[in-house]
Design a binder for this molecule. Sequence first.
Ligand code: DAH
Length: 358
Amino acid sequence: MTDIAKLQSELTAAIEDADTLDALEAVRIAALGKQGSVSALLKTMGAMSPDERQVQGPIINGLRETIAAALAEKKAALETAALNARLNTERLDMTLPAPETPRGTVHPVSQVMDELAEIFADMGFAVAEGPEIEDQWHNFTALNMPETHPARAMHDTFYMTAADGEEPRVLRTHTSPVQIRTMTSQEPPIRIIAPGRVYRSDSDATHTPMFHQIEGLVIDKGIHLGHLKWTLETFLKAFFERDDVVLRLRPSYFPFTEPSVEVDVGYTMVNGKRVIGGNDGWMEVLGSGMVHRKVIEACGLDPDIWQGFAFGTGVDRLAMLKYGMDDLRAFFDGDNRWLKHYGFNALDVPTLSGGVGA
Ligand code: DAH
């Protein structure tokens, strides 16, 4: 047997015998390490004559490849064995409940928006969006609030700094501009809701500078106040999950609707708390009306062909009424105790069949 063949059988036997990863590593170093036996042979090639190298080269390189392959194979086998041994000793009982783990909650505003989307989707409404930084035409002018209109001042608007010569944009004061964006980008018939953030310079227990509204818009032929009333009644019954929700429509004024109605829901006093249903007293929940001809015209539609109704309401307020919070400011404090108490489980997805009330 040549020296090389002898070395190969010795190393192969050592690899075979190594029964731990450490032992195998020691064999690897002894063979292929800087001072290793195979490395030493490789170095001898430098001093060989070309003829000799042609014969010895492939043999020595073959040795190195064989040993490297044997080492890799043994390493993989040892690792698999180690993993199997570990898996045999580690057990996790998947049927046990998880221990107290930190858990986030879904904010009531998000939950209520999901509930609203679910309820209105069932009535054939799509969800529409618009920008929070809005131009004055969409936020006011097209909604029949010209520059001189007193309602503009009533909105406590946040104005942005304008580029030279440009009209300042505003943080949208309501979700109503989404009505305009939808009517100018979509062909009627239209049935949308638009939930989102709105901004007004106002702050106390029931007002925050940022709050949430949801807008509704229907544009079609032959739409009348009866459609509006049915839609709102169906929505409020589904939202409060009670059949005894009573609505009261009061004549009102909004620049973008004619006629305009404010909608109250009846409540009953139960243990000193207002509970929706019955008619011991009334609470205002919505603004609405038939879309003003001028608004339809501003969007390039013919009001003699297309009519519709619109409504808007505060999402935060709906959440407060349904889930019993009494200070709006706490909604945006990010206090974990509040979120834990009023927040919803992420798996508690509102569905009509499962109940939108969570
Ligand atoms: N945009 C009104 C507000 O912020 C709410 C509103 C009232 C929206 C009547 C409507 C509507 O669509 O028809 O106070």
